[in-house]
Ligand binder design. Sequence first.
Ligand code: GAL
Length: 842
Amino acid sequence: MRRSTGFQFRVCPRLRLPLLVCAGVILMASVASAENLQRMGRESFNNDWRFHRGAAEHAQNAQYDDASWRPLRLPHDWAIEGPFDIQYNARCGGLPFHGIGWYRKSFTLPETDRGKQVSVEFDGAMYNAEVWLNGHKVGQRPFGYMGFVCDLTEHLNFGDEANVIAVRLAPEDLSSRWYPGAGIYRNVWLDRKSPMHVDHWGTSITTPTVTAEQAVIAIETSIRCADANNCTGELQTTVLDASGQSIAQSTQPIEGKPEKAVTVSTELNVDQPKLWDISQPNLYHAVSKIVSADGEVLDRYVTRFGIRTIDFSVENGFVLNGQPVKFKGVCLHHDLGPLGAAVNRRATMRQLEIMKSMGVNAIRTSHNPPSPEQLECCDELGLVVMDESFDVWQIAKVENGYNKFFDEWSERDLRDMILRDRNHPSVIMWSIGNEILEQGRKDGWKQARRLTEICHDQDATRPVAAGFNYYPGAEVNGLAAEVDIVGWNYKPMRYQEVTEIHPDWIMCGSETSSCVSTRGEYHFPLVKYDTHPSKQVTSYDFIGPVWAYPPDFEFQSLEENPNILGEFVWTGFDYLGEPTPYGGRDNSTNGYWNGDWPVRSSFFGIVDLCGFPKDRFYLYQSQWTDTPMVHVLPHWTWPERIGEDTPVVCYTNCDEVELIVNGESQGRKARFSAPVTLPMSAKVVPEQTYDSKYRLQWVVPYQPGSIEVVGYVDEKPVSRKRFVTASAPKQIQLSADRSEIAADGMDLSFVTVQIQDGEGNFCPRADNLVKFSIDGPAEIAAVGNGNPASTEPFQADQRYAFNGLCMLIVRSKADVAGDIKITATSEGLDASTLSLHSTDND
Ligand code: GAL
């Protein structure tokens, strides 16, 4: 893309083409009855599957006997079931994700479905999926992150005769740089459609004109018709507001064609539009109905969308609805910690809610297409998204990576990602790749151009980005010039230089910091190290690999370079695999990263694998939020350090902070007033130190008692945090993120388990084994404790506390509502109970 200053993405030029100009009548409806928001003929296809791990000859055939296979419900990730073992690659979580897995499901369809178009949609299957219906191959998809549809119509049985769908997956060893998961790990849907129907991912909704008075909603609907004799009818399009009331409608004739989809375009006006924004993510629905000549509703397709404008320019950066917005972003991998890769809407929502509470406004779906649920949650929470496609192009990063499929599949995968995701208001840019090695190739720009052009062709309303880590490789080899937004990974020290050379480039920090830490772990003295004998990492927030730097350094670089759009920190959550700084590649063990076993998950997260905040959470919060907050580290239970000088660090957004140790004030410090010197990598700054103004530090001799920080704004105390020295563990405290859950077999309650002393003080170093039992209509979905070096199974009824905490994840039972009682016991501690309730919403 040849980028010009002030490149604007607000208007989709294609929508201006005469060919597509709406021919329909625009009617402003008086308030009509609420429309059904279900897609017609679509149902969940998650239940009643059978699963077999390993090869199974002829299992694609309908007659195959799968009676001994394990019955289960999707989504399913077989690898998260474990066990952790040194025979698996710690880089990928130390879990058994590779090998063959089979799924089969038997189902019948009524005679009345004869003549319908029947398809099954997999939101994602990891990896190398092949699909058969009644022994006939109906689809395949190598890339595990992209959803796909298999048309079943041709080979179906109706009436009593059953159909069998069989899916074979074959994730390969050494195929990923992180934990990919394994299995049909996303949702599956069955669609039964009339011959004339809205195409799969068949609507495109843009908002070419938006003012406070009125928004123009341009809707292109792609319609398929499988029956040559019955391809006429009309398309009725209705826009619904958040309360489900019809606020705009149009009706247009359809002249379908059996050979290929036809596109019907309409423009509808919405008065006084409620914009989709970060603070108020208002959403609308478009209902597209196909009605036959004799008035029968043949299809109803529902698309949720938002009305918003996005502009990107050198002058104003990223502008959402006329307001400049800086990315306070995080990168997220797709796994859900102890739940593995199996998609769960509530777990996804919770991840994003935790991020939002830190002040996050942007998510990068590193490094692959996200689950549909993740984008839905971002739409609902008001988080903008860099939707990323690939971690690799043609040049391999690992032995069996996506590069094997790139030539054949990259265009299809990229186009499908855009088709699937284009109506999400949260998605504001596409990313064609992360740290692709083609940056080092003279002709690397060619591939960058090809992929950028595909994005522009598929969606002219959003810019295209990439995350570059080679400087100046990405520049001299022409890749950076091909994208609209140049993302830099770990290059804050270059922002100024690149800006001077390329004043017309729009740039962001696509991946930043990569600081590492373990929740609740503190090592003295404060020195930089590569690894530590404990196989943990201190939480003083300055350790990282050679390319990394403390969060503070990016804050300052962004302040000094206001043209940079903001940052996406690596990473919001800890994730399974990539246990840097531990587990270097060891060729004697298959090229695995198992040198420091059992370290098997990342330290990069701002929160741990369970979602418990590390100290860094508060450092980001202090920069990204305005509600007065103050945080202090370390904890104050150090029986072996009595009398020793102990560094105390404070993060705050208040004007001043007072430190009080054992009741005695250590004085106040004003925010930004007393820089703290941090060790830095020579790769980042030659001096190897950096003075951060974003943290305050005291050194005090440790004595048991208490430590407290008080934040002041305008001389008034507005926020405080206090830790008391704990005595021996005595009790368990349980607290749930939600005590009321839906009885749908999917909803979750995340129960935090805290070990306390007899006075109710948190025991920050407790490691008691806690056992769980549940009475009532719920089950244990997983347990965890955020320890990156543990081989305890996630699917268990017990867990050791790690630095005082562990977690129980409770899942409701489908269709059984009622009271749920959780009991937690631990030898030598008082037991504890907690009441939850599951409610049937139907
Ligand atoms: C980046 C890479 C990420 C992750 C990170 C760790 O180079 O894009 O996927 O590996 O390093 O610091």
